[in-house]
Design a protein around this ligand. Structure first.
Ligand code: BG6
Length: 350
């Protein structure tokens, strides 16, 4: 069993894979990405492939864009030595966020068989449109937190953390605009962001559907915001579908966005196993479906390394953001330039 990080770049990942592969056969190697063990992440498979409702709409004809946010309130804690050589892109995007992109973006596998699922995931990784020096400034934002307050408690800035050099250029936040270039997703941006010392801990996937083609309602009825499917991975695992409904009562047609919520805690009274618990049981049972195959790890590095190289060639300082906020303003500009906004509505899935 190997826990991430598997390498620091493509070359070191290949070296590790070669060394381990020299002793064990690929099917004996379990590369853990603990996000794949999270209940709601596995539920993405159920949502997409055990319901007939969504799959016909799951494409560029009906989806405007996808957002994936993994925000944390913690800082680097006692892991400064590791984190400062890593940064948010290596620590979170290369593995966890890319696995989420794969599960949202992949074609239906023929079965839940280990190779069937992983074969589909890797096709998504290979379809990611490259981000390099030519488009780095319009598709990525790096941030680094400054002193601030999280949940009412004052916290230090990244550069004051233990084990961090006072001139460190390591990013603690990253926002990206990725594109999966294939028939299903052509023209549908996947906006990704992750950061430490953010306002609240929340991981969610937002599928934003296209607006209605024509409104029959008068302007006074209110806006018909496009439908949105929100999969909240943590905390309070839930799936929410934002619909437009008429507000009850007289006074004409007043439209309002309302949630159709599925709270996992309220619906299922079962204990939620920890992600590692599930993954360790899978190792014992010999089921590698939820583990990363060698080619997946390397394909993810190929995409990420280009971004790292482009950043290195510019040696720009990461954009500062105050701890306890939602990241640097440039990340808001990244999505707003396209006429879209980040979904920041924590109260929605109560
Ligand atoms: C780890 C990262 O893989 O995931 C950490 O190395 C991060 O930096 C953690 O804090 C987040 O995991 P979770 O399950 O709390 O979202």
């Amino acid at each position: 069993m190997l826990e991430k990080p598997i390498g620091h770049d493509l070359e070191s990942a290949r070296r590790i894979n070669d060394e381990v592969g020299g002793v064990f056969a690929e099917e004996q190697i379990y590369r853990i990405d603990h996000y794949l063990g999270k209940e709601t992440v596995q539920n993405l498979l159920a949502l997409r492939f055990a319901n007939s409702l969504f799959e016909p709409l799951w494409n560029s004809g009906h989806i405007d864009h996808v957002q994936i946010t993994v925000a944390e309130t913690v800082g680097v804690e006692s892991r400064g030595g590791y984190y400062d050589t890593s940064g948010a892109l290596r620590d979170m995007v290369q593995n966890h966020l890319m696995q989420l992109v794969c599960l949202v973006g992949m074609e239906p596998p023929v079965s839940l068989d280990k190779e069937a699922v992983r074969d589909e995931k890797i096709k998504v990784l290979r379809s990611l449109s490259p981000i390099g020096i030519e488009n780095i400034s319009t598709t990525t934002v790096r941030g680094q937190y400054r002193a601030g307050a999280v949940g009412g408690t004052a916290v230090r800035g990244y550069l004051e953390e233990e084990g961090i050099g006072s001139d460190s250029l390591t990013e603690t936040f990253v926002a990206l605009k990725a594109e999966v270039q294939n028939w299903r997703w052509s023209g549908v941006p996947f906006y990704l962001r992750t950061g430490k010392r953010m306002q609240e801990k929340v991981s969610e996937i937002v599928i934003q559907f296209r607006p209605i083609p024509h409104s029959i309602f008068p302007r006074e009825a209110g806006e018909t915001a496009p439908n949105r499917l929100v999969v909240r991975l943590q905390p309070d695992e839930a799936i929410g579908l934002h619909l437009i409904a008429k507000e009850p009562g007289p006074g004409g047609m007043r439209l309002r966005e309302v949630p159709l919520n599925l709270s996992f805690a309220q619906t299922f009274k079962n204990r939620f196993p920890d992600a590692y618990e599930r993954l360790l049981m899978d190792v014992v049972r010999g089921n590698p479906t939820l583990f990363m195959r060698r080619d997946e790890v390397e394909a993810a590095w190929i995409w990420v390394e280009r971004i790292l190289d482009a950043w290195a060639s510019r040696s720009e300082r990461p954009k500062p953001y105050i701890a306890g906020t939602s990241g640097p303003s440039q990340a808001i500009a990244l999505i707003e330039r396209d006429g879209r906004t980040w979904h920041d509505d924590p109260a929605f899935l109560a």
